[in-house]
Write a protein that binds this ligand. Structure first.
Ligand code: FMN
Length: 215
């Protein structure tokens, strides 16, 4: 495990390759799970959102909607409620999904989440939480939102802001205070992303390398 870009992209010192800023940010971005309380300005949040909206989307539908949560009390409240809702949903996962989750959770592909040590294992004390939704029954929405999310996290990184995608965020739909977010019933929450000024520099989790097949 390392964070050295030239090693990660296998660029030798002698190669005359210019590592672009984008490439740098792709390799430098990490899921950060410890934040300072320093506020992220509205202007920076707007720049991150603007980058998200520049993502490609199937048939240019741009299905994403963003629900930005900045209030500390709300973030704490939803964090607790989402954790409960997520745990409750475990028995409904189906045996195959459950086994898969447990196996990948304890396998060598470490993911950096520690549900037992972290005071806030959902939003990790971040000052900004953005829930991303799309209209229900859109076949391509989750792919579109994946692209949009990565744009947002790379934009954030280039602005000096750290982030972490929170898949658990989708359980917000099952929390008692969900209506407080004003998300219409016609929309589905796909993901939450947290943003803030990181107070840790996680190492690059091990990447799998046996997944490219030239034919
Ligand atoms: C769809 C998705 C859902 C994720 N959900 C969570 C989550 O609920 N909590 C968390 O701490 N990290 C979550 N992560 C972050 C991953 O654990 C992380 O991306 C992975 O371990 C690789 O680390 P890196 O982002 O630093 O490269 C999620 C990532 C993705 C793409």
């Amino acid at each position: 495990m390392n964070n050295n870009i030239s090693e990660l992209v296998e660029i030798k010192q002698t190669d005359k390759i210019c590592i672009s800023d984008v490439l740098k940010k792709i390799f430098e971005r990490r899921s950060v799970r410890k934040y300072s309380t320093k506020e992220v300005t509205k202007d920076l949040i707007e720049q991150i959102l603007a980058a998200g909206k520049m993502a490609p989307s199937a048939m240019n539908k741009q299905p994403w909607r963003f629900y930005v949560m900045l209030n500390k009390e709300d973030i704490n409240l939803f964090s607790k409620e989402i954790l409960k809702a997520g745990l409750k949903s475990i028995p409904q996962m189906g045996i195959k999904n459950l086994i898969n989750t447990i196996v990948s959770g304890i396998s060598q592909l470490s993911h950096g989440i520690d549900f037992f040590k972290d005071k806030d294992p959902i939003f990790h004390g971040a000052p900004v939480v953005i829930f991303i939704t799309a209209p229900k029954y859109d076949e391509w929405a989750s792919l579109d939102i994946g692209m949009c999310s990565q744009n947002m996290m790379l934009a954030a990184k280039s602005l000096g802001i750290d982030s972490c995608p929170i898949g658990f965020g989708k359980f917000v739909e099952k929390t008692p205070h969900y209506s407080k977010l004003g998300i219409p019933l016609s929309e589905q929450v796909h993901l939450a992303i947290i943003f803030g000024y990181g107070e840790e520099s996680p190492l690059n989790p091990k990447r799998t390398n046996h997944n490219v097949f030239y034919k």
